[in-house]
Design a protein around this ligand. Structure first.
Ligand code: PRX
Length: 641
């Protein structure tokens, strides 16, 4: 908020942009005077329909909103078939493997691959509304699997490959999946990630709904269970390369994606077909200023929402060429991203602040060795970007000429909500600027009243339904209504973030206001980590908070009360053991940076853990909270570590 620098759209960029200031104003004006009419127009012009929708927005079951009811379409048809005549030979995907090997898929080839897999899935008895869990490495096969599910109306639920067998099991069971698609293993940063072993472990512990496991052979194979497991390479290549799409109603679930909330149990965010696809499609044109000549690269893994909207669906729906990368930014060295941008002539690059900060640390000389002149636009997502990293990205990667789009959105919103339209809106380092057309955002106080005072924080809310909003939480309409619409009524979606506005009306995200952490742009519930800790036999009680971290944004700090003597536990190395334990329970991304053993947790008189106090301690701030209620003030010293 103390940031005063502002970067107007470069004139040449604005002149060639899909939306200049006047066109953007027209869209805003249309949406403001006719919200539904605006979105109906977008849906008619942007998507290909089998049958036109009857009603734009059905609010009769609010807060469950249904968009474009009565329409029939297929997401895979929109991403593939509709491009075949005009650009079947155009490259859809350039895949670069961990070891640098490159595979290209034209739209026609991708269509054929998707159809083959879709036919194979139908051959296994998978059809409309069946749930298919994807536990796959980042790569073209992951996109093919998502598209194949969409083609036959099956509901995919991708699970990030970094999640543990235990987390995978929970997600498979909640979704009631009939099929799991995985790979034997995957190379990542020169190391081997065993995926199938985790699937075997998950299935051994339950998952009664799973009938089959389809295994893509990416490396040197794995153990197979004869009745259950099938090789992709045995089943898929022999299938027919045409597959009639399943035409589904607009609100048919396209996918589930589990994400963390403020309870111990992740929730299956359910997205619709039409509204979701519309959001992913138009935001690419508005925010990425997408052109047919672009080479687009979004570095997000397929296991996150960004990998859904801006890898698996948005780029394909728009018919552009995209780069997909299997590896990590620092392997074999810190020049990997820059080398790839130059080699593939990437023009629009979208990544996370964590990656930018990590690469910035390595020094300017690494990007300087590569010709980055193909870049014309840069983007960030997932967490607040600090002005220093923003300026580095702008100056060193963008050569001072590329606008930066800082895009705010969530798993639940499906597509970008607040972001600059680069040919029309001046940017400020650290602000995601203004809401997109048709997206009604406000900042409200405890009573739901708009905060009008400049620089005062409040709850970030979305005050009208939008097409790419989640439809519900899988199997739990009540939790959906309660979590997102429980605070200010059926009309007002509560994002869970705090935000404030500056004198230009720009929005600045202040971070989560619930018990959700953001570690390297990955969302984690403090309660999830706490329940993983509590499952350890030596743990009596645990409290988890985030503390500021230079690269990750936020790191996990856990305070643990042990059973037995604290001194013994420290001597036995329990803190380290607990870090490893959490990684095994939840996945490596949830591994605490530090576990502090303490004799007691600070609690209020009513027994609630004083998290704000723990956060202050974690951040190394002087404690300003009232500590008079602490039963044992001496624990303050232990808490400080
Ligand atoms: O706190 C916000 C943060 O990430 C949360 C959503 O996480 P997830 O559902 O995993 O989706 C991440 C990718 C869309 C938000 O509630 N967040 C996301 N984008 C930004 C952000 N915080 C600040 N600036 C952003 N641009």
């Amino acid at each position: 908020m103390h940031e005063t620098r502002s970067f107007a759209p470069p004139p040449a960029f604005a002149a060639a942009a899909n939306l200049n200031a006047a066109k953007l104003e027209q869209l805003h004006a249309h949406a403001a005077c006719d919200h539904e009419g605006f979105w109906a127009d977008q849906a008619r012009t942007q998507l290909s329909w089998r049958q036109r929708f009857e009603q734009t927005l059905d609010s009769s079951l609010a807060p469950r909103y249904r968009w474009f009811t009565g329409g029939l379409l297929n997401a895979s048809y929109n991403c593939l078939d509709r491009h075949l005549a005009a650009r079947g030979d155009k490259t859809a995907i350039v895949f670069e493997a961990d070891d640098g090997a490159i595979t290209r898929y034209s739209y026609a080839a991708l269509h054929a691959e998707v159809c083959r897999l879709a036919n194979a899935l139908r051959g296994l008895g998978i059809g409309k509304s069946d749930r298919v869990v994807l536990y796959l490495p980042m790569g073209a096969q992951a996109v093919i699997a998502m598209q194949a599910c969409a083609r036959i109306g099956a509901i995919h639920s991708a699970v990030f490959g970094g999640f543990s067998a235990e987390s995978l099991k929970d997600r498979i069971e909640d979704a009631g999946a009939r099929l799991v698609i995985t790979a034997d293993a995957a190379p990542r940063g020169g190391k081997r990630v065993d995926l199938k072993t985790a699937v075997d472990k998950a299935l051994a512990g339950g998952c009664a709904s799973v009938e089959r496991v389809l295994v893509y052979r990416r490396m040197d194979g794995c153990a197979m269970q004869p009745q259950r497991d099938l090789w992709w390479q045995d089943r898929v290549p022999t299938q027919c390369a045409e597959c009639e799409p399943e035409w589904v109603e607009s609100n048919h679930p396209l996918f589930l994606l589990y994400t963390s909330g403020s309870t111990g149990k992740p929730k299956g965010v359910q997205h619709s077909t039409a509204g979701y696809l519309l959001g992913a499609t138009v935001t690419m044109q508005w925010v990425f200023d997408l052109k047919q000549s672009d080479v687009f690269w979004c570095t997000a893994d397929i296991g996150w929402i960004t990998g859904h909207s801006y890898v698996a669906y948005g780029p394909l729906s728009n018919g552009v060429t995209q780069l997909i990368f299997e590896g990590i930014p620092t392997y074999p060295d810190g020049e990997r991203f820059w080398r790839m941008i130059a080699a593939h002539q990437v023009s629009v690059f979208y990544t996370a602040p964590t990656a930018i900060r990590a690469l910035m640390r390595l020094g300017d000389h690494l990007p300087a060795r590569h010709d980055l002149s193909s870049l014309r636009l840069l983007g960030t997502v997932g967490e607040p970007i600090n002005p220093e990293a923003w300026m580095w990205y702008h100056r060193v990667i963008g050569g001072g000429r590329c606008p930066i789009v800082d895009t705010w959105w969530q798993t639940e919103t499906g597509s970008m909500m607040i972001a600059p339209v680069p040919g029309a809106v001046a940017t400020k380092p650290g602000s995601c600027t203004r809401p997109l057309p048709g997206i009604c955002v406000d900042i409200v106080d405890e009573d739901g009243k708009p905060v009008t005072q400049i620089g005062r924080g409040g709850f970030l809310v979305i005050t009208r339904p939008w097409p790419s909003m989640l439809s519900t939480i899988w199997g739990n309409d009540e939790r959906y209504a309660e979590t997102y619409f429980g605070r200010f009524g059926d009309q007002v979606y509560v994002a869970g973030d705090g935000a404030q506005r500056d004198e230009d009306g720009y929005i600045w995200i202040l971070g989560r206001i619930d018990d959700v952490l953001n570690v390297s742009g990955h969302r984690l519930g403090t309660m999830e980590v706490e329940s993983a800790l509590a499952a350890h036999p030596r743990v009596a009680e645990a409290a988890v908070v985030g503390r500021p971290h230079d690269i990750k944004g936020e790191a996990i700090l856990a305070f643990v009360v042990v059973r037995g003597e604290r001194a013994d536990a420290i001597a036995e190395g329990l803190p380290r053991e607990l870090c490893v334990w959490v990684a095994e329970q939840l996945g490596a991304i949830a591994r605490p940076d530090e576990v502090r053993l303490v004799d007691g947790l600070p609690k209020t008189r009513s027994g609630k853990i004083m998290r704000r106090l723990l956060r202050s301690i974690g951040a190394g701030e002087t404690v300003t909270q009232d500590t008079s209620t602490l039963e044992n003030p001496a624990i303050l010293e232990q808490l400080r570590g």
